[in-house]
Every structure is written in structure tokens, then in C-alpha cells.
Design a protein around this ligand. Structure first.
Ligand code: CTP
Ligand code: MG
Length: 232
């Protein structure tokens, strides 16, 4: 059984509001995407990386990220799609995995994922079909309609889901195919598996594994790194 990591990095970073795409912003001594890829590549449980970027950025990514930082585990640089779900689907089609291989799907802009949990996550996916990193919800979460609270959800049952998310290839490939066929859109990959009835296991994630979405997230990431509070 091989483990393939797909890294979607084909968004346009609208909420970050930077000049270029946020995955190339510097975090410490290297672009965010290079940091994420290097930490994945260092894991012995991962056999190959497949990076998904906008079609017209493939050669830039090869030169400025993959070759520049010696990321030899990167087996392919795949063209992304309009939505993240389209980008992941392109990665699934290009990665060359077998049905029983494990696919890890990890946002290119989450550099501080907990490395010690990745082998646990991959093993859970091999057994269960699907597994995600998650942390218990800390805040009370309310459902709001037209500016008014309609319901307070029971916090003890709520989890904040992160990436990596891991799947047996056959499970996630089938889920993406079915979603495409009927136009179902999920906000993460596990949602597609849940939607057609598959189990998804929970593996403890980390509060440092936040997604760099806004300028505040980037400021926090730089401060954590400078203070030595996260592994580079
Ligand atoms: N992503 C992707 N293909 C898309 C959209 C997003 O591969 N069509 C990737 C992003 O590059 C990012 C991850 O999915 O690594 C999570 O998405 P998000 O944080 O929403 O990034 P962006 O879409 O780039 O940002 P925004 O939504 O603010 O424009
Ligand atoms: Mg987005």
C-alpha cells in the first residue's frame, strides 16, 4: 500500500488580499507552500506528493518551490480547477494511485499540521476508508437566520475539522465521481464521503494547524514561527 499526498494550492487567495497567490507568500525563510511540502516530504509514511496549482503557474511552482527547495518527493504538478473540489478531482485523476492506496489531501496553506499524527491518520483511513484530523469546538456555535439565532448547537458533539484528510483511493475517487455526476458540492473532501454514506473516523488534530486564510492568520503564523512555538 502506497500513500500519496495531494496538495491543493490552486486558489486565488481572495481573502488574503495579497498581490499574488497566498501560497507563495514568505513565511520565515521560504514560501508557505514550500514549507508545507517540505514537512510532508520529510515523513517516511508518505511515498509521493502531487501538488495542484493553477495551470499557468505550473512552471513557476516547479522552479520556485519544487526545484528550489529540492522537493524530490513531488511526483507531479497538476493543473487545478475552478473550485477546490475540482482541483482535488484533477489530483485524484493524475496521481496514479491503486484502489487500496491511501490518499492524504492537505491544503497547501496549512504549514503547521501535526506531523506525529499523519501515520495514525493514514492507518485509520486504510482500515475505515476515511479519517480526518479534528479538534473539539471551543466556542459555542449558533445557527443564525436573517440576523437572529434560531438554535444553539450542543458543543460537546461539535468538532472543527482540519486537513490532512485521508482516504482509501477507491473511496474518495468514487465519492468525487458521484458528486460530480449530480453537482453535489461539499466544503471538504470528507463531506463527499459522508454524503454517500461512508464512515469517517476522527483523529486528534492540533490548534496550530490553522489555515492561512486572512492577513491576521499570516501575522499569527509569522509570530508563532519567530517565537519558536511551531516546528518549521
Ligand atoms: N484551492 C484549490 N483550488 C481552488 C480553490 C482553492 O486548490 N480552485 C486550494 C487553495 O489554494 C488552498 C486550499 O484549497 O490551499 C484551501 O482554500 P482557501 O483557503 O479557500 O484558499 P483560496 O481559495 O486561495 O482563498 P480564498 O477562498 O480566500 O480566495
Ligand atoms: Mg477558497
Amino acid at each position: 500500500m502506497a500513500v500519496h499526498a495531494l496538495i491543493p494550492a490552486a486558489g486565488s487567495g481572495r481573502r488574503m488580499g495579497a498581490d499574488g497567490n497566498k501560497q507563495y507568500l514568505e513565511l520565515g525563510d521560504r514560501p508557505i507552500l514550500a514549507r508545507t511540502l517540505a514537512r510532508l516530504a520529510a515523513l517516511t509514511c508518505i511515498d509521493a506528493l502531487h501538488v495542484i496549482v493553477p495551470d499557468d503557474e505550473r512552471s513557476f511552482c516547479r522552479d520556485q518551490v519544487v526545484d528550489r527547495f529540492g522537493l524530490t518527493k513531488v511526483r507531479s504538478i497538476v493543473a487545478g480547477g475552478v473550485e477546490r473540489q475540482d482541483s482535488v478531482r484533477n489530483g485524484l485523476a493524475a496521481c496514479g494511485a491503486a484502489d487500496d492506496d491511501v490518499i492524504l489531501i492537505h491544503d497547501g496553506v496549512r504549514p503547521f499540521f501535526p506531523t506525529a499524527q499523519i501515520a495514525v491518520l493514514a492507518a485509520a483511513a486504510a482500515v475505515e476508508g476515511a479519517a480526518v484530523l479534528a479538534i473539539p469546538a471551543q466556542d459555542t456555535i449558533k445557527e443564525v437566520v436573517a440576523g437572529r439565532v434560531v438554535r444553539t448547537l450542543e458543543r460537546g458533539r461539535l468538532w472543527q475539522v482540519q486537513t490532512p484528510q485521508a482516504f482509501r483511493f477507491a473511496v474518495i475517487d468514487e465519492a468525487h465521481r458521484r458528486a460530480l455526476a449530480v453537482g453535489f458540492a461539499g466544503t471538504d473532501d470528507a463531506a463527499l464521503v459522508e454524503w454517500h454514506g461512508g464512515p469517517v473516523a476522527i483523529v486528534p488534530g492540533s490548534p496550530f494547524n490553522f489555515k492561512l486564510t486572512t492577513p491576521a492568520d499570516l501575522a499569527l503564523a509569522r509570530a508563532l514561527l519567530a517565537a519558536g512555538l511551531v516546528e518549521g
